[in-house]
Design a protein around this ligand. Structure first.
Ligand code: ANZ
Ligand code: ZN
Length: 823
């Protein structure tokens, strides 16, 4: 026996291998020369301070996948970086007197150190830190490009305004109508801001059914489509009685117009002041004031309807009906025309409003249930389908047909015009903050806003500012910095003191990863051609609407200006789960439930922590952190370690051994490919149990075990690999170490041989109209489960192509032999 039995002590091996891997440049890849590219992206972390268990979950588990892909022969690019601008840095400045820059860069340093303890294949050479001028210069560059094309523009929008802090607040910063910082009542105020015209891309951002080349979760596609909220309808104008004014409403259901009984305006609607009658004025003013205290978000919540009558009426041209004009905060100024026509019989919100204020309810649609009685209960409100009644020339038509007919009629008569509206709004990027990208604009008293010339980029953030100014953004206090000459007239001018929303930074960082140091270009176009779209993008489900959609918008813009050749940036998106705090709530510093894994790493090793995180459940699991199970995984690794004792070159493999080897190779490979890490680990454990029962194990099976385990537990497997090799080669092992492929992480993923799996599976040809189009591996134990077999056959990607748009006439299945689908 040549083996020296060391105990498995992770701390003795993990730092050692991490160092050796870096020295050997084991994971460095040349993006330019790489042959089989695989771009693995995980949402980069915010530079918040410490790496917590959530980061390990996001990056450690995906590293398993990356390592697996490497072993399959891919050149895996797995970069890291930091989303480094943002409010917490500024709060640290305000609360603890630390400079946001110092605070952030210190955090980056700590987190990088912690990251490296994971033993991942991260490519640090391509790191990106968004708060550095070499990065944010390109935010400014993009802004100027967008400005040139009219995609960036200055406009006004109603915003939540805190009169005490003199600042705009995001919806999340408004709590019960009050500023979350100072507690004063907020107002809705028209504020000038810089916008990005994402609405110009609304149609292109819509996911269509035909998009089959992108593998994005249904929930994201639907979520984004809902958010874009494309609606085709018509704007109808109604005369206001006894005035020369008209009120224009947007409706998707003009078919119901014979049942229209009121008009409702948003409280901010410009007509309000014009048409309010004297005796209603006081009530209206008071209502408008109260509505101003609610954020737009709060107004959309389902609450009891409120409103005030203006005293004026509009005339419905179709019926001559005098519709009272009300104002109500459930009508949003930012949607349609800011006014709606109320049809209480066929819109639930209108019904609630009408019942509350005793307005008339007229039925104009009979639904599936055949109920044509007067509508008195909300359950009777038929919104989606039915046949028209009480509607003159529309009577008897299906509502969809009626919509077309009445739209034509209204357009012919000149009462209105077809239109498309979107729920999506242009993206306001102005922030009255310090720790962000300065907007590259110079405000000149004679020329107005003038773009900073490209050659003057970046506009760097000044270091010295007052972090708590009243009534102006912090940058406005940096007087030296503010003062500039106007690039147009050379007169005295001032810089734009506002900074960009942090979502600008993270909308395109994955392009910069390709060539983070390139001083002349936003990114290397040749590399982008090769590496974009990203192969797989992991991140949190909370980014359905913001980040993942903004990134699509930026990509489409890059495409339009000829920077890239793809107008989508990721082939596949996977929303990973969330590790909650031990108390079951989302981890957050303020709750004090953030778990830092350093202690566990110290006790059990990075390998055990990574593997445990992959083992706790499916990768989209949402579960509280419970370190209780790490010990079990550690014990598993310990047993793998101890198996050395049983190594025997004379050991032979019997049929049972071979079967479990090949079964496990296959199972682990399929599972990891499908991101089912937990079940992959379970089958490794099963195999280990088999091995533990044996008296001797062969080098071959031990090596295979190590290879399968290598992506999960890279350190222990490397150590054992070296030990096995020295056993293999006797005294010459030093020579082996010098050989090119010395590391286990340079080996290929083992291949399985179907021969050993034969008893469990058989190959079943799948025919379509008598021609073999695919061959499926079927387990013997489901041989007689006809419906499962049929389903499998129909779901095969190859077969689907032939079935698309066809009707299946019959399916002939001969168990254990063949299946034929007749179309
Ligand atoms: C008349 C009508 C009758 C409507 C009916 C619906 C059903 P959806 O419903 O999601 O497609 N609307 C228009 N402008 C609005 C605003 N500024 N704030 C709040 N609601 C507004 O959205 C379109 C409908 O939303 C429009 O169609 C309008 O109500 C309402 F049986 O008009 B409808
Ligand atoms: Zn000027």
């Amino acid at each position: 026996m040549i083996l020296i039995m060391n105990k498995y002590i992770p701390l003795n091996i993990e730092p050692k291998w991490q160092k050796k891997w870096v020295e050997a440049g084991l994971y460095a890849i040349d993006l330019d020369k790489a042959k089989k590219r695989y771009y693995l992206l995980v949402e980069f972390p915010y530079s918040s301070g410490d790496l917590h268990i959530g980061h390990w979950f996001a990056f450690g588990v995906t590293d398993i996948f990356g390592r697996f892909k490497r072993m399959q022969g891919f050149d895996v690019f797995f970069p890291v970086g930091f989303d480094a601008f943002g409010l917490p840095a500024e709060n640290a400045a305000i609360q603890r007197g630390l400079h946001p820059k110092d605070w952030t860069l210190k955090n980056v340093e700590t987190m990088s150190k912690q990251f490296k303890m994971m033993g991942a294949i991260h490519d640090w050479e391509h790191q990106v830190i968004t708060c550095l001028p070499e990065y944010y210069k390109w935010n400014q560059w993009i802004f100027l490009k967008m400005l040139e094309r009219g995609i960036a523009y200055k406009g006004k929008t109603l915003s939540n305004w805190c009169p005490v802090d003199q600042t705009v607040l995001a919806d999340e910063q408004v709590v019960n109508g009050k500023c979350d910082r100072c507690g004063s009542d907020i107002e809705q105020k028209e504020i000038e801001q810089w916008f990005l015209k994402i609405t110009e891309y609304a149609d292109r951002l819509l996911w269509t059914k035909e998009e089959t080349d992108l593998d994005w979760p249904r929930a994201i596609r639907d979520g984004q489509n809902d958010w874009i909220g494309k609606k085709e309808g018509i704007n109808i104008s109604y005369k206001i009685e006894a005035t020369s004014e008209k009120v224009e409403v947007f409706t998707t259901r003009p078919d119901t117009n014979f049942g229209a009984t009121f008009i409702a305006l948003a409280p901010e609607h410009p007509l309000v002041s014009k048409i309010t009658k004297e005796d209603q004025k006081q009530a209206v003013d008071e209502y408008v004031k109260q509505a101003g205290k609610k954020s737009q978000l709060e107004r959309q919540e389902n609450r009891e309807k409120t409103g005030v009558f203006t005293g004026s009426y509009a005339i419905n041209d179709l019926t001559g009906y005098k519709m009272p004009i009300w104002i109500s905060d459930f009508v949003l100024m930012g949607f349609g025309t800011g006014a709606l026509v109320g049809v209480p019989g066929h819109d639930k919100r209108d019904f609630e409003f009408a019942t509350k204020f005793d307005l008339e309810i007229i039925r104009v649609v009979v639904g599936k249930d055949g109920d044509s009685s007067p509508i008195t209960r909300i359950e009777q409100v038929q919104e989606e389908q039915g046949v028209m009644i009480n509607s003159s020339f529309l009577d008897g038509l299906d509502i969809h047909e009626a919509i077309r007919k009445i739209m034509n009629y209204i357009e012919e008569k000149g009462y209105g015009k077809r239109t498309v509206t979107y729920h999506l709004h242009d993206w306001s990027i102005s922030r009255q903050r310090y720790w962000g990208t300065p907007i590259p604009i110079i405000n000149c008293p004679s020329c107005g806003p003038v773009p900073v010339p490209y050659e003057d980029l970046p506009v760097e953030l000044p270091y010295e500012v007052d972090h708590r100014p009243k009534g102006k953004p912090p940058l406005a206090t940096a007087q030296q910095w503010m003062k500039v000459k106007c690039p147009k007239c050379n007169g005295d001018a001032q810089r734009e003191p506002e900074t960009m929303d942090g979502f600008v930074d993270n909308s395109w960082y994955f392009y910069r990863y390709l060539s983070p140091k390139n001083p002349d270009h936003i990114f290397d176009q040749a590399l982008a051609r090769k590496w974009i779209p990203i192969d797989i993008y992991f991140g949190g489900a909370e980014h359905t609407l913001g980040h993942t959609m903004y990134s699509r918008f930026f990509t489409k813009f890059f495409y339009d200006i000829g920077l890239t050749q793809n107008d989508e940036y990721a082939l596949k998106r996977f929303n990973h789960g969330v590790i909650l705090g031990p108390d079951g709530a989302r981890m957050s510093k303020s709750r004090g439930n953030v778990v830092n894994p350093d202690k566990q790493v110290k006790n059990y090793g990075a390998d055990a922590v990574r593997m445990y995180l992959a083992f706790i459940g499916p990768y989209d699991i949402v579960a509280p952190w419970n370190p209780g199970g790490i010990g079990g995984v550690y014990h598993f690794l310990q047993r793998v370690w101890m198996l050395q004792q049983k190594l025997d070159q004379a050991a032979t493999l019997n049929n049972k051994d071979l079967k479990i080897i090949h079964k496990t190779i296959k199972k682990v490979g399929v599972d990891v490919e499908n991101l089912k890490f937990n079940t992959a680990i379970a089958s490794l454990m099963e195999w280990l149990n088999h091995l533990s029962r044996k008296e001797k194990i062969s080098t071959e099976e031990y090596k295979t075990l190590l290879l399968l385990l290598a992506p999960f537990a890279p350190h222990i497997t490397e150590e054992l690999w070296q030990i096995v090799h020295s056993l293999d080669l006797g005294v010459g092992h030093k020579k082996a170490a010098k050989k090119l492929n010395w590391s286990i992480h340079q080996q290929s993923w083992p291949k399985f041989d179907n021969k050993y799996l034969e008893e469990e599976t058989f190959s079943m040809p799948v025919q379509v109209n008598g021609k073999v189009r695919d061959v499926l591996l079927i387990k013997f134990d489901i041989l007689n489960n006809r419906s499962v077999i049929e389903k499998k056959a129909k779901e095969s990607a190859k077969i689907k192509k032939f079935l698309a748009g066809e009707t299946v006439k019959k399916i002939v299945y001969i168990p254990g032999k063949i299946i034929n689908i007749v179309i």
